[in-house]
Design a protein around this ligand. Structure first.
Ligand code: FAD
Ligand code: NAD
Length: 467
């Protein structure tokens, strides 16, 4: 039986980062993944393919609606749905091949199959062909991620009642699509399909879309998506869905209890994700689960069994690739004696619609709820020269600033390139730089980043010279 220093179960952003870092530090490492490709949810059916489709459909939308204003005259513009998906698959392939290379280069033993604990120290890996490999490792990291959740009355059949995974590879462009859930997956998928002409309806339970983000972001994004033709119904409780063969139907109730129904080619269930622990054999170990099914860990991300760690989606919290990656680095470097702090209050959230939405830190609603005094620095993209040149004037930056020390409590952006703009606010918040200090750095002109600068200027109590 092969003995390793570290065995990592799951090859998503948590697992592959942990395995590569451990190998770099000299540990004899095994990486166990049940699928033939590495990269987990993020690379295969999450972050990467969605962003590929969002980028392609953004270009298509611009060709239809913006090119002529720029003076670019084309013939009729058509969408080739097969090519759209082919390119997306190629992007995914490039990324999974990159991972294959890194795993080989770092001399990590890759084992394909489902890892299942036999006891606290032994793992059995069953390959798709039934081959069994048994191994022992001094330390284990569980990074098995998450799977789509559903709601009572809605059974995902992957045919007409689907998840984001199937939505990424539909055989033909749907004419109609109903999305249950107006969270991150819901609005990103709504953007992809509405841009190419699918009639999209979002049914959201809460009183706003992307309800965990600052309220103003959700209300602004709702208006923009509605302008692009997405039907958004808030405060709707879906209680039933049925596959009708060539279509699917959803039954739901509004706040007043009035019953309604809607049919579409597909119903996409996007109501959150649940930790994935099936088949891991945790019952043979002392690892404990929370009532929600997440693996319980201490602050060092170690489970109830010394030497077995867990990271990423499977332990809950923000189910984001960069959170899984940071946890991977933390566990492996801590194992090696480095101290490293994860600042959970500085995890950014991004929605890759257009305009993009990005956030870090506390929302206004949270600060009000907690009675924390704050100042607001807010600046619109419409007053920015670069945004006007690019015809991307929707949105604003809002920074929430501590009244005593001037630190950034939260930064919320909806606007062009928000996903990239939020990076400097994250650095500011992480290293406790004040908004006044942030405003005094150089910002190249003309750039979208100047919207951030103006928000810091205003939030520091000085007038902007730009409005
Ligand atoms: P995963 O990536 O889920 O990887 C877990 C791996 O473990 C899988 O490959 C699985 O096959 C394997 N596994 C499970 N059990 C076993 C077992 N017993 N034996 C062997 N292997 C096993 N996050 C972002 O930050 N940005 C985004 O833009 C973004 N977009 C997303 C879009 C979609 C549509 C979805 C669904 C998610 C998106 N996410 C995004 C979330 C992101 O994908 C996850 O947070 C991230 O993948 C979690 O990483 P992980 O390593 O914890 O688990
Ligand atoms: P989510 O938690 O973001 O959104 C789920 C939505 O469904 C919420 O708005 C919720 O109010 C709604 N909902 C719940 N029950 C409902 C019901 N009965 N009827 C109608 N609506 C209901 O989850 P998601 O969008 O499924 O995404 C799953 C995970 O994947 C998230 O943790 C997210 O962070 C991650 N993800 C991230 C990105 C990104 O970073 N850009 C993209 C996609 C997914």
């Amino acid at each position: 039986m092969e003995q390793y220093d570290l065995a990592v179960i799951g090859s998503g952003p948590g697992g592959y980062v942990a395995a590569i870092r451990a190998a770099q530090l000299g540990y004899k490492t095994a990486l166990i993944e049940k699928y033939a490709t590495l990269g987990g949810t993020c690379t295969n059916v999450g972050c990467i393919p969605t962003k590929a489709l969002l980028d392609s459909t953004h270009h298509y939308h611009d060709a239809l609606h913006k090119f002529s204003t720029h003076g670019i005259e084309t013939g009729p513009v058509h969408l080739n749905f097969t090519q759209l998906n082919k390119r997306k698959n190629e992007v995914v392939l490039k990324n999974t091949q990159g991972l294959d290379y890194l795993i080989k280069k770092n001399k990590i033993t890759r084992i394909q199959g489902t890892g299942s604990f036999k006891d606290n120290a032994t793992l059995q890996v069953t390959g798709n062909d039934g081959t069994i490999t048994t191994l022992k490792a001094t330390k284990y990291i569980i990074a098995t991620g998450s799977k789509p959740a559903t709601i009572p009355g809605v059974t995902i059949d992957k045919k007409r009642i689907i998840t984001s995974t199937e939505a990424l590879s539909l055989p033909a462009q749907p004419k109609t699509l109903v999305i249950i859930g107006g969270g991150v997956i819901g609005v990103e998928m709504a953007a992809v399909f509405s841009r190419i002409g699918t009639t999209v309806t979002i049914l959201e339970y809460a009183d706003q879309i992307i309800p965990t983000m600052d309220r103003e972001l959700g209300s602004t994004l709702k208006k923009i998506l509605e302008k692009e033709g997405v039907n958004i119904h808030l405060q709707q409780a879906v209680y039933k869905a049925e596959n009708l063969g060539e279509s699917a139907k959803v039954w739901y109730k509004n706040k007043a209890g009035e019953e309604q129904e809607v049919s579409a080619d597909y119903v996409l269930v996007a109501v959150g994700r649940k930790p994935y622990v099936q088949g891991l054999g945790l019952e043979n170990t002392g690892v404990k689960l929370s009532p929600a099914g997440t693996i319980l860990t201490n602050k060092d991300l170690e489970t109830a069994v010394p030497g077995i760690f867990a990271i990423g989606d499977v332990i809950g919290g923000a189910m984001l690739a960069h959170k899984a990656e940071e946890e991977a680095m933390y566990v492996v470097e801590k194992m090696h004696g480095h101290a490293h702090q994860i600042k959970y209050d500085c995890i950014p959230g991004v929605v890759y619609t257009w305009p993009e939405v990005a956030s870090v830190g506390a929302t206004e609603e949270e600060l009000r709820h907690d009675g924390i005094p704050y100042r607001v620095g807010k600046f619109p993209f419409s007053a920015n020269a670069r945004a006007r040149a690019g015809m991307d004037t929707d949105g604003f930056v809002k920074v929430l600033i501590d009244t005593k020390y001037g630190e950034i409590l939260g930064a919320h952006v909806i606007g062009a390139r928000a996903a990239d703009l939020i990076a400097q606010a994250i650095a500011g918040k992480t290293f406790e730089i004040t908004a006044d200090e942030m405003s005094k750095a150089f910002y190249p002109h003309p750039t979208y980043a100047e919207v951030m600068k103006e928000a810091y200027v205003i939030g520091s109590g000085r007038p902007s010279v730009n409005i």
